[in-house]
Design a protein around this ligand. Sequence first.
Ligand code: ADP
Ligand code: ZN
Length: 719
Amino acid sequence: MDKVNAILKNIFGFDSFRPLQRDIIQTILNKKDSLVIMPTGGGKSICYQIPALHFDGLTIVISPLISLMKDQVEQLKQLGINAILLNSSLSTSDYNNNLSIVRNQKTKLLYIAPESLFKEEIINLLKSIKLDCITVDEAHCISEWGHDFRPEYRQLGEFRKNFPSAVCVGLTATATPRVQDDIVKNLKLVSPTRFIASFNRDNLFLQVLPKGNSFDQTVKFLEGHQNQSGIIYCFSRKQVDSLHEDLFHLGYSTKPYHAGLSDEERNSNQDLFIKDKIQIIIATIAFGMGINKSNVRFVLHHDLPKNLESYYQEIGRSGRDGLKSDCLLLFSYSDIAKINYFIDQKEDQHERLSAKTHLNEMVRFAETEICRRIPLINYFGEDYKIDNCGMCDNCVADEKELTDITIPAQKFLSTIKRTGEIYGAKYIIDVLLGIESDKIFSNRHQNLTVYGIGKELKRKEWQLLSQQLLRKQLLFRDAEFGSLKVPAKAYNVLLKNERVFGSIKEPEFVAKKVKPVDQSFNNELFELLRKKRKELADRFDIPPYVIFSDKTLMQMAIYYPQTREDFASISGVGKSKLERYGEIFLQILKSYCAKKNISSNRQGLRPSQNKKTADKLRHVVVSEAYNAGTSLEILVAQYKVKLSTIINHLGRYVNEGNKVRIDGLLKYITLSPYRHQKIFDEFKKDNSDKLSPIFEKYKGEISYNDLHLLRIIFLCKHS
Ligand code: ADP
Ligand code: ZN
């Protein structure tokens, strides 16, 4: 493994492996077939690239997208690796030239498209040399259950039989077990080891806001992301075009992307985006496959995605470099209706139902009051154990003031019952508000006692109430028809006067800006470095992130390296990049530091242990400061956040198996001490980390702050 570590540092410039990478590499080197399931940005590429450099013979990488192959080969070239590609986009002379490189064994890594692979001349060529590894990237393309089935991938199983001594590796970001099994079967993997990484992407900040004036909301969001690259997803081509036009007129650097544009225009817009020549791409779901750009800092969903799978894929295109990225979804009920309309056009009833179930899951995610990672990660069959992620709107928000909403809840539920449980929320609210509509008159619902009894609330407030009843499972929405139904559980509210607590105040719009790193970097210097990177990228006609990632530039703007040696210890600087770009960037660093009288932050650079502080997440920094004696009040002032946010940080730290000092917490708990034990007993009974069931059980009697604090104390005492 020494050689493997050396490759990681010298070639790729990284200090340590991410989870699973080392095991995967070892397994491939042992020539054991493997299936690697890792989310986008998880770091799949080096899992086969490092073994490829280690093997004597050739590794081929089969990849469905020409743009992706080109990008990978370019990145490898920048690292000083002579990777090549074979596909239909090459000129005859380039193609033949690359063939002879393979024949003469002058390369260890060949990227190849399936259509080239199955040519007889290629198979014969590969048989004539030593082939050590067959890598199938985007391996889900082999499965018809996956989202981009490619029939030609099906021949890979047969192809493989020609090379019994080569190990075979499938890689994908698609998680469903059915697709996994399909890959194993069709690739004819021999008792493969399955590596399944967590689907949690903890550097993505997840936020959902009720859609109001979406254009204003978009502009406000973009104001927090100046000079950053991002994607805005819209539902339709028309929306893409009009949003692009409006933003473009305001001076934003945008381009549209959708299936209605010519291939040429689409490719050109994508290229401009990848090369940082424009900042924002406004797109339909057609955009994204085959984008390797690592410095996408935000994804804005202007409209509701059809399902959680798409949402996850789309937000996953941001933050591949591991830096914080901002994902905002604008959520409106009319979007649900729009999607439902399209679903209703489907012929097949089974398909219709399945699409509606998926849509419901999406809506439940948007409506959730608990950590957003719980429904999202659970969707992929993974148990998300942390109660507070600190990286979603719900986890960082202060809990809302809860009030008794029993009476409006009763009115709402009884209107559903009286109208026969066959209508959606809009109709129910119409009846409550006493609207004079033809539909109501033809149903004679103006004669019901509930007609017009809800005028004390606005339509919006009734909608919020309805959402809360759904979340509390005091209400159900029929997946197929969207009608609201009253479940047995709600009879306690309706008939026995059981209290319901909630909030029907409209949530206010808050545009939260997420800083890409916790430790502050020198922004002025970062911009200078970024400018130089762009200039070089333009000169060589390659994407800027291929030269250095944002993360690497940021580290330069934290540590101010002044010598070649210090420069080489920055993450992402391998030997080849040091040779190519070291002097150029050092010059900027040196002259900047001289001008500003700044000295290199060498302690930060070495020993490499300290370097991790730059990557340390805020909850660790905060908790360590707290343990060192800083009070919660001081932390609140220092970070300019609410007390509950600081408590969330401590909670996350403790959840990760650490301890915090208890003495500094007690005075913040409002629940009288004699009742603490009762809550501790609840924690004992329920082993999960989730607080919401306890919160619900003690409706309004105990605040989330108290619960969080008691849970921290409980964990510290009992672990
Ligand atoms: P995937 O193919 O799974 O989407 P990539 O292989 O493109 O992900 O990796 C995503 C990003 O993470 C790249 O910028 C890559 O250089 C970086 N990366 C991968 N492994 C490491 C590591 N061990 N340390 C630091 N960065 C890494
Ligand atoms: Zn969360």
